[in-house]
Design a binder for this molecule. Structure first.
Ligand SMILES: [Zn+2]
Length: 274
């Protein structure tokens, strides 16, 4: 009985905490979602079983009753909830320095995705020549330097770009052109804890207007797509490589800070009640 009572108290406290955070979150989902949605051309969600229950999103319902952990129901513990609060606090505190706030606000499931523990065991990437029109061998070096750039920036993920296709976790593939206003796409998979488990980067050899791309264009393009592979979504700032239509040709300090913060935080769910 005492256990149940304290569980209930803990739950109410955390619900109150959550409400506190919700009020400080800039606009409600209704305001935030549509403004960002059209900017997100990259379908990065093939999360297995990732569809969250629609119930406890951001509507400040009084006290979400159904989640009260009973015996061994396995609801998030007090410490888990505290840890999530701390992560949200750190993300809020990074406003202006990173765009992680914007990424979380635009995230349909409030889950941080990133690779975990992949310095000692580099991520296996297959990067092979292609036969599509305008493919140049120099594109391979351009893609290599894009991966390299993120590693040099201090992101704690290593890539082995010499993996063969059968053992690769990430595949880089080529096509002539995309239909929409873009020249690259990254599809990322992750597990239920938010750990990225694999992905496919597709790069075009012609831009949307039909202009052939050169090696340096591919380097810039690949840097943007590797950002997605690392777990980043789009930045609203035109000065960042993760801007939806990249205008700059290198990582910005904000790109680097955002990635470093992401890799300093535990991946997974950020909201309460999951
Ligand atoms: Zn993108």
């Amino acid at each position: 009985m005492l256990v149940l009572l304290s569980t209930l108290v803990v739950f109410l406290v955390s619900a109150a905490l959550w409400n506190g955070f919700v009020r400080r979150t800039p606009p409600s989902a209704a305001g935030a979602a549509p403004s960002v949605a059209p900017e997100r051309p990259v379908p990065a969600e093939s999360a297995p079983g990732g569809a969250p229950p629609p119930a406890p999103t951001r509507v400040p319902a009084p006290a979400p009753t159904p989640v009260v952990p009973s015996a061994d129901a396995g609801g998030p513990s007090y410490f888990v909830l505290l840890a999530r609060s701390e992560i949200r606090r750190r993300i809020r505190a990074s406003a202006g320095i990173t765009y992680l706030n914007e990424i979380v606000a635009a995230s349909p499931d409030s889950v941080l995705h990133r690779w975990d523990g992949r310095v000692a065991t580099p991520v296996r990437v297959s990067l092979a020549p292609a036969t599509v029109a305008n493919f140049q061998p120099a594109f391979l070096d351009a893609v290599r330097s894009a991966f390299q750039r993120w590693q040099e920036a201090g992101v704690p993920v290593r890539f082995n770009l010499d993996a063969d296709t059968s053992s690769a976790e990430v595949r880089v593939q080529w096509r002539i052109q995309f239909e929409g206003e873009r020249s690259g796409q990254t599809d990322v998979q992750w597990d239920q804890d938010g750990h990225v488990t694999g992905g496919v980067i597709t790069l075009a050899t012609f831009d949307p207007k039909g202009q052939p791309l050169g090696p340096d264009d591919l380097r810039v393009l690949a840097m943007h797509e590797v950002g997605h592979l690392l777990g980043l979504d789009h930045s609203p700032n035109v000065g960042d490589i993760m801007y939806a239509q990249p205008k700059v040709r290198d990582l910005s300090p904000r790109d680097v800070s955002t990635a470093l913060l992401l890799y300093d935080l535990a991946p997974g769910l950020l909201r309460v009640g999951g």
